[in-house]
Design a protein around this ligand. Structure first.
Ligand code: IPM
Ligand code: MN
Length: 369
């Protein structure tokens, strides 16, 4: 199979973790006989520096002519004073919109052996396996009007939370469909005691739930969901949320399962999907070679599964990650205080070695069958 992938390393730790993820892709391609075509393009702050805008036209064109997009991270403290349109984040938001990527999947599972990495008690976090399904193209992120008016001292800022029924409906369906392949439970998060958008959200969810009678549905206010996620995280299966609530809860879920460095994401909906780790550019550790590449590497697993339907290859990546971790190889975010940590590239190398070894054992077994 030919895998035609646009790679957008971006800013901060983005390039470091993306290099490791690309290494995993190449290892998978070599081990399973796929051909990959990779092209690299600028996005975010680096694109602002080189071209003056965070999503240059040739980057967008390259994404639109690929089969899937792998993105590192965007943003950094150097760009804070830019106007909204020129901020690195604006490039990512436009890319999501251009790709029609309305469904953002963020799995947060506590891998066996990593219970000790959570700030929570091990008995609380054990068994946690959450899939956050975040609406990605609506709500406060895109609603109009959005502006700041008036003179200094008297300024008024406006953002608009806006949802159309079909926008809610399509993400609700994604959540219920995914729940069917999991533990068949959806927790829909809203603030229906205060917000109009949330009341519409809750009505649409409740109505559609009738078509998924095999899936258990519960509604939760976002404040209460935030609390439940730290007090009994293992109770959640699929968490369905609008854009902003999903953004916030996914960082919380990441911390609960040990490190935000571990979380991958897939943004689906259009013909071409976007894959990126949840962690962001982490400017404080950028360039030091200590970032955890697993979020980016597991994003590659999601790409193999969702864009290329290579389920076996996706599982090989996930198994390799789990066994690299079980042999006590930890990047700094996961290492116990006082214990040695391995670098970004050492973790990448551990994982590619695991993949290669497993593939050659499988080949050996097949040859002697
Ligand atoms: C994320 C990030 C982005 C978001 C930023 C960088 C625009 O925080 O993917 O969670 O808010 O969606
Ligand atoms: Mn976020």
């Amino acid at each position: 199979m030919l895998l035609n992938i646009a790679v957008l390393p971006g800013d901060g730790v983005g390039p470091e973790v993306t290099d490791q993820a690309v290494g995993v892709l190449q290892t998978i391609a070599a081990a399973f006989g796929h051909e990959i075509k990779l092209t690299r393009h600028d996005v975010g702050g680096i694109a602002v520096q080189k071209c003056g805008i965070p999503l240059p036209e040739d980057t967008l064109r390259a994404c639109l002519s690929s089969d899937a997009v792998l993105l590192g991270a965007v943003g950094g403290p150097g760009f804070d004073s830019l106007s909204r349109q020129l901020r690195p984040e604006a490039g990512l938001l436009r890319l999501r919109r251009e790709l029609g990527a309305f469904a953002n999947l963020r799995p947060a599972a506590c891998l066996p052996g990593l219970e000790e990495c959570s700030p929570l008690r091990q008995d609380v976090v054990a068994g946690t396996d959450i899939l956050i399904v975040r609406e990605l193209l609506g709500g406060l992120y895109f609603g109009e009007p959005r502006k700041t008016e008036g003179s200094p001292g008297q300024r008024v800022a406006t953002d608009t939370m806006h949802y159309r029924e079909p926008e809610v409906e399509r993400i609700v369906r994604v959540a219920f469909e995914l729940a069917r392949n999991r533990r068949r439970k959806v927790t829909s998060v809203d603030k229906a005691n205060v917000l109009e958008c949330s009341r519409l959200w809750r009505e649409v969810v409740t109505h559609l739930a009738g078509e998924y009678s095999d899936v258990h549905l519960e509604h939760m206010y976002v404040d209460s969901a935030a609390m439940a996620m730290v007090s009994r995280p293992a109770d959640f299966d699929v968490v369905l949320a609008e854009n902003m609530f999903g953004d916030i809860l996914s960082d919380e879920a990441a911390a609960v399962v040990g490190s935000i460095g571990m979380l991958p994401s897939a943004s689906l909906g259009g013909r071409i999907a976007l894959y990126e780790p949840v962690h962001g550019s982490a400017p404080d550790i950028a360039g030091k070679g200590i970032a955890n590449p697993i979020g980016a590497i597991l994003s590659v697993a999601m790409m193999l599964r969702h864009s290329f339907h290579l389920e076996h290859e996706a599982e090989q990546v996930e198994t390799a990650v789990a066994s690299a971790l079980s042999s006590a190889h930890r990047t700094r975010d996961l290492a116990r205080a006082g214990r040695p940590a391995i670098s970004t590239s050492e973790m990448g190398a551990r994982i590619t070695t695991e993949i290669r070894e497993r593939a050659s054992v499988a080949e050996h077994l097949a040859a002697h069958r």
